[in-house]
Design a binder for this molecule. Structure first.
Ligand code: ARG
Length: 561
């Protein structure tokens, strides 16, 4: 039984001015149970009925016949507050399938473009946000029944690859690249830029080598492919570590042979204009600077490839939504691409969504090491693992699998600190805060989950549903916990609707706080079989919800830590 829907039905029988759906949407769950378990605000009806909200509330409460599952209905300050019969409510929630959400996705296709690294550049700590927001949304939408497709729009085209080849031929060698991989490629890249400041002709050489790639010159293509493979190996290594899954790698170079037909289409629609020798789409009507489609020399740009990619994706995957996740500095770029497609008459342009995420800073203020190198993602993960291992050595030296758990918790700390706030917000990361086992952190949720597992492990065989008495869970502390379990699906839905895993992260923290309160107030492994069974039954539900919640945030849930 779904209490919220039942209450909405009850209200709908008595209210004719707004629809059932609207009523359902406006039902709130008061943060404080003294204001009821569900509340309906009457302010919205006030205009239609030409009456004060508190009068509407009183009249409604008088005309409604209170069903059995409701204990009382109160009217306070324009609200109708519903108090459910607690024992019945607890039974319904815990015996029911609290994680079984209506699969609203209905197999609709959602394409998510994320973790789209540029070849020859390692991920640095700022990239984590992109990767985990993307993968978390992928998991959330999949959970809701959408058909998700994760695409990596690899940055593998542009003059920078010509420059890299120049650098490799001048200052690199095969062995170093083979041994050090992406780190060596980055060194060469930085070296090129340093040298080019002194000798600008290097840039011309870079352009020449890039044009060799464009013309299919064997040597250029071989080196380019080799660098691409190195970048993909690196990427896959990181994905394994983070347990991130990507469905397709379709990089920018893939669209090169599709550009001439793109240009034909755009000009046949009459939206390409010439400006100083370049081809542009004017976006004056949207108050945006024009979208540059072809440079004077006829070469394409980042935006050109994105125009082609969007059309290809629509034809190939027929998406219902296509979500792009990048840092906020690309806002204008996507705005221009989306509006250009709209101007070209693609009605599906409104199904393209850009999610701009903020930056990650370290507390020390720097995201680079002393010699100017960025802190790579794997260095960050290693450091997190090391620090967590120390904590585990102190707290639980006998733990088996210490290193593995330390990695899971270290990564959990990093991910959680990035998902706990609005994605758009910049995050300042501090080890001390992120690794706390008792704050608003990943390790806190993981620790609470492992605590539930440990209680269950000692007793799993003992739980006997016929020995469960739900009326033992109607005290405020236990009941709050049950309510948080029952409202967890709402947070999953909010996360999907707003493209913000944050709602799940925050809900998990609330559950952990409520659980730890429960754990401190009540002994669970007591002699009385009924009491023990009942409390364990609740512990089991908490464990299941925490595990699923962590999974939706791409965080592992170790059973011991
Ligand atoms: N490679 C780009 C970057 O690192 C991100 C690509 C995002 N996706 C896209 N379709 N433009 O900034």
């Amino acid at each position: 039984m779904n209490f919220k829907e039942n209450i909405a039905n009850l209200l709908a029988e008595n209210i004719k001015d707004i629809s059932y759906e609207e009523i359902l949407l406006s039902i709130e769950i008061p943060p404080d149970s003294s204001k009821g378990d569900f509340a309906f605000p009457c302010f919205r009806l006030s205009k239609a009925l030409k009456k004060a909200p508190n009068i509407i509330a009183t009249e409604l409460s008088q005309s409604m016949i209170k069903p059995d599952y409701i204990e009382k209905i109160e009217t306070v300050a324009g609200y109708l507050n519903f108090f459910v019969g607690r024992a019945n409510y607890v039974k319904n929630i815990l015996e029911g399938n609290y994680l079984d959400i209506t699969k609203t996705g209905n197999k609709q296709v959602i394409l998510i473009d994320y973790a789209s690294l540029n070849i020859a550049k390692p991920f640095h700590i700022g990239h984590i946000k992109n990767v985990v927001v993307g993968d978390s949304l992928y998991r959330i939408f999949k959970f809701l029944g959408y058909n998700c497709i994760g695409i990596n729009h690899l940055g593998d085209w542009g003059t920078q690859f010509g420059k890299l080849i120049v650098a490799y031929r001048k200052w690199g060698n095969k062995e170093e690249v083979e041994n050090k991989g992406i780190v060596e490629l980055l060194r060469l890249y930085i070296k090129f830029h340093d040298e080019a400041e002194k000798d600008p002709t290097l840039n011309d050489q870079g352009r020449e080598w890039f044009s060799k790639i464009e013309k299919g010159d064997k040597e250029a293509i071989d080196i380019w492919n080799w660098f691409k493979d190195i970048s993909l190996d690196y990427f896959n290594m990181l994905c394994d570590k983070l347990d991130i899954h990507m469905d397709y790698f379709i990089g920018e170079s893939f669209y090169m042979d599709k550009l001439s037909s793109l240009i034909d289409t755009l000009s046949s629609k009459g939206i390409l204009t010439e400006s100083e020798g370049a081809q542009i789409i004017s976006l004056d009507e949207y108050n945006l600077p024009p979208c540059l489609v072809l440079k004077k020399d006829g070469s394409s740009l980042y935006a050109t490839r994105d125009l082609a990619a969007a059309i290809y994706r629509k034809n190939e995957f027929n998406f219902d939504k296509c979500i792009y996740i990048t840092a906020s500095e690309q806002k204008l770029h996507f705005n221009q691409v989306f509006k250009s497609l709209e101007k070209a008459g693609y009605t599906w342009a409104n199904k393209l969504i850009h999610i701009a995420h903020g930056l990650v800073n370290l507390e020390s203020g720097k995201i680079s090491t002393r010699n100017g190198n960025i802190i790579t993602l794997e260095e960050w993960i290693d450091e997190a693992t090391e620090k967590t291992l120390k904590i585990i050595e102190e707290k639980n030296p006998a733990l088996s699998n210490k290193l593995k758990v330390a990695e899971q918790v270290g990564i959990g700390a990093i991910i959680f600190s990035n998902l706990f706030y609005n994605s758009g917000k910049d995050v300042t990361f501090s080890w001390e805060t992120a690794l706390r086992f008792d704050g608003e952190t990943g390790p806190y949720v993981q620790y609470t989950h492992s605590r539930c597992c440990s209680l269950m492990r000692k007793n799993e065989a003992d739980i006997d549903v016929s020995h469960v008495d739900f009326s033992l869970l109607i005290d405020d502390t236990s009941f709050e916990l049950v309510k948080l379990i029952s409202s967890f699906p709402d947070s999953i839905i909010s996360s999907a609707e707003k493209y913000e895993p944050m709602y799940i992260a925050r809900h998990l923290i609330e559950i952990c706080k409520a659980f730890n309160k429960f754990y401190n107030e009540y002994a669970i492994l007591v002699d009385d079989a009924k009491v023990k069974n009942t409390r364990l039954y609740l512990v089991n539900a908490v464990r299941n919800v925490l595990r699923e919640g962590l999974n939706l945030l791409c965080i592992k849930a170790p059973e011991e830590m």
